[in-house]
Design a protein around this ligand. Structure first.
Ligand SMILES: [Zn+2]
Ligand SMILES: [Zn+2]
Length: 213
């Protein structure tokens, strides 16, 4: 059984100060077999970390969290950030790159999110849904995502949404053998904690104030 954290930011995201090198070190230290680097509309750190990683038994998934219309989507296994960030351009781009499109924190009322009607109407375009995101302070948001996963028969995906060192690896997505195939075949499961979510949001707020973002 392998465990990946599929939602991690670095200092290439304006809301994070995490050194990409440290993200890789912590991921290994916390027992992960892989990590998806999902900076906002950015892919540089993912490539950097991928190059830094010399461990054949550890996978760095090139990814990005895309700000698309009303919500956030993580695109896994992409080579470049889609040029246009409207929903259908993103779907076309990610598909043509052979990537996977995941709904990130889909029902979080405190952050950008799609509405349920949109998700259900466009269900054929999604490969998975985040059923646990460690930055969900209220369990109800993760619970709602899990309910939709069941209704829509999506693959379960989870990630820490880490922006600071103490958050890395706090949610894990488990699977056998190969992540891409496991998501396609809906053979993943997720376990995590949101204990670090509130301090994480607080640190992001301070970081943005200090850096005037
Ligand atoms: Zn987000
Ligand atoms: Zn995020």
């Amino acid at each position: 059984m392998k465990a990946y954290d599929l939602h991690c930011h670095t200092w290439y995201s304006p809301c994070s100060n995490l050194n990409p090198k440290l993200a890789l070190k912590l991921a290994k230290k916390r027992g992960l077999n892989g990590i998806a680097i999902t900076d906002h509309n950015e892919i540089k750190a993912a490539y950097q970390i991928s190059k830094l990683n010399k461990d054949k038994d550890f996978e760095v998934v090139i990814a990005s969290e895309l700000s698309v219309n009303g919500g956030h989507l993580t695109a896994l296994y992409i080579n470049e950030v889609p040029k246009k960030l409207d929903f259908f351009s993103v779907v076309d781009s990610v598909r043509s790159q052979g990537g996977l499109l995941i709904l990130a924190h889909p029902y979080d009322l405190t952050r950008r999110h799609f509405n349920k009607e949109f998700i259900f109407k466009n269900k054929k375009y999604f490969d998975g849904i985040e059923v646990f995101n460690s930055r969900e302070i209220f369990h109800i948001f993760n619970k709602k995502a899990e309910n939709s996963r069941k209704e829509l028969n999506f693959a379960a995906v989870g990630g820490s949404d880490s922006h600071f060192s103490f958050e890395v690896g706090r949610t894990k997505t488990f699977f056998e053998d190969n992540l891409y195939k496991s998501i396609k075949n809906k053979q993943t499961f997720v376990s995590g904690t949101n204990l670090y979510g509130l301090p994480g949001h607080f640190f992001t707020r301070i970081h943005k104030l200090l850096n005037k973002f």
